[in-house]
Design a protein around this ligand. Structure first.
Ligand SMILES: C[S@@+](CC[C@H](N)C(=O)[O-])C[C@H]1O[C@@H](n2cnc3c(N)ncnc32)[C@H](O)[C@@H]1O
Length: 417
């Protein structure tokens, strides 16, 4: 009999605990739960940093490395359902470039992907290889999963970790995922686990006719996920579908770098500037009252954040935003944010004008009935590459048009029910 490794024993208990939490949170698909029970997350990360993946001020302790495999305390963090483990990035700039995504988020995406034995999958953003491993369990064949990673060192680590767990047949390709991986096509599913500026044309070209693409796609400060399939209405190379959930990811590098239609203003900490002055102002009572009466699930669904991005090209983490990047900052050099029933205004510049605009857009969203995120539909038509932008002026009830690197995206609001 093999001697029991005490560290592995503790890790096993944490892993079982994670599966139980996911079940309690409503992950009902038994196959997804079995995959989490089969794949040990702690084997995918040697060390990680406790910094916010969406970018932020990194100071002292927050930037320390947590080493996995020595101290069992680290396992609390590794098996926290809501914690992304940051493994690469610039501490000075407070920007993460790679993380092992939070298990709760990964579980949602696996359910959205509807994976089943026999399906072939392409992932963009291998990172640690954890997500790819879970998908391999779900499709029942590691060789049916290909994952692309732009960072050669991360790709090599992922190969090593997957091989150690008997999943060496997963194809880990080093390269820019914008090009997909043509020699493994067609795929039944293409999934990006990185914040994208567009749906890359290669992903659509390499998709089987009945396939689906799941993409965290930049809209203002966030990457809400869109689930798309080829559609006759959008012509060759087009796709259509819907918004499925709110999320924030690290930003895609390579061909898509700098391709967001919403300019990202540098946070003062990153630019070496002192933090901006912050003022708080009460929301007009009618708006505060209507927001207060909302079902929290609507707000959490990211619907308002999406709406802001569709209405104003300045929407983003450093400017016009549904909320600061974290609860108590950091905030941009000149901007307006909603926090509870208050407005947070930063910087001297046009903070007051932005605050007035934020109130106007909040009223418009409430007048539309505070629609849930999943009522927003979207279609992508291929077009020659031009400068990405939100087409303005916009109307309160849409449709809204976003010109992306390779597509014209139209967003509409479906009738309720
Ligand atoms: C959030 S992490 C992915 C997490 C990963 N799926 C896991 O389970 O650990 C995003 C990854 O995308 C990678 N990435 C960024 N731009 C890329 C690109 N153009 N092509 C492929 N990978 C890219 C980053 O290096 C990073 O490792």
């Amino acid at each position: 009999m093999e001697p029991v490794d005490p560290y592995e024993e503790v890790a096993r208990r944490h892993q079982d605990g994670l599966v139980e939490v996911l079940r309690q949170r409503g992950v009902a698909d038994p196959a997804v739960l079995r995959a989490f029970a089969a794949v040990p997350r702690h084997r995918f990360v040697d060390r990680f940093r406790i910094i916010p993946p969406a970018g932020g001020t990194v100071t002292g302790d927050a930037a320390r490395w947590v080493v996995v495999g020595e101290d069992t305390d680290a396992l609390d963090l590794v098996y926290d359902p809501d914690r992304a483990l940051v493994t690469a990035g610039s501490v000075e700039e407070g920007v993460a470039t790679s993380s092992v995504s939070a298990p709760g988020l990964v579980a949602e995406m696996l359910v959205e992907l509807d994976l089943a034995p026999g399906r072939r999958v392409l992932e963009i953003g291998a990172g640690s290889g954890y997500h790819a491993a879970l998908m391999a369990v779900l499709v029942g064949d590691p060789a049916a999963v290909t994952t692309v990673e732009i960072d050669a060192a991360l790709a090599e680590d992922a190969r090593r970790r997957l091989a150690a767990l008997g999943l060496g047949a997963i194809g880990v390709v080093t390269g820019d995922g914008s090009a997909g991986f043509a020699s493994g096509a067609p795929y039944d599913r293409v999934v990006a686990t990185v914040g994208c500026a567009d749906v890359a044309p290669a992903w659509i070209d390499q998709l089987s006719p009945a396939g689906r693409v799941l993409v965290p796609l930049v809209h203002g400060a966030w990457h809400p996920r869109v689930l798309l399939s080829p559609s006759p209405a959008t012509g060759p190379g087009g796709v259509a579908g819907r918004f499925v959930a709110h999320s924030g990811f690290v930003t895609m590098q390579g061909d898509q770098a700098g391709g967001s239609p919403w300019p990202r203003l540098p946070l003062p900490a990153a630019a070496g500037a002192p933090p901006p002055a912050v003022r708080h102002q009460a929301l007009p009572p009618d708006v505060a009252e209507r927001l207060h009466g909302l079902d929290g699930a609507v707000e959490r669904s990211g619907s308002f954040a999406l709406y802001l991005s569709l209405r104003d090209g300045r929407a983003g983490p450093g400017c016009l935003c549904d909320r600061p990047a974290t609860d108590d900052g950091p905030v941009g050099p000149g901007g307006a944010y909603l926090r509870g029933d208050r407005l947070v205004i930063t910087g001297a510049g046009d903070g007051d004008a932005l605050a007035a605009r934020l109130v106007e857009l909040t009223r418009d969203w409430l007048d539309l009935g505070a629609p849930r995120l999943d009522r927003f539909r979207t279609a992508f038509t291929r077009r020659p590459m031009t400068a990405p932008r939100l087409v303005e002026p916009t109307t309160a009830a849409g449709p809204w048009v976003v010109e992306r690197l390779h597509h014209r995206q139209v967003v509409t609001l479906a009738d309720p029910g």
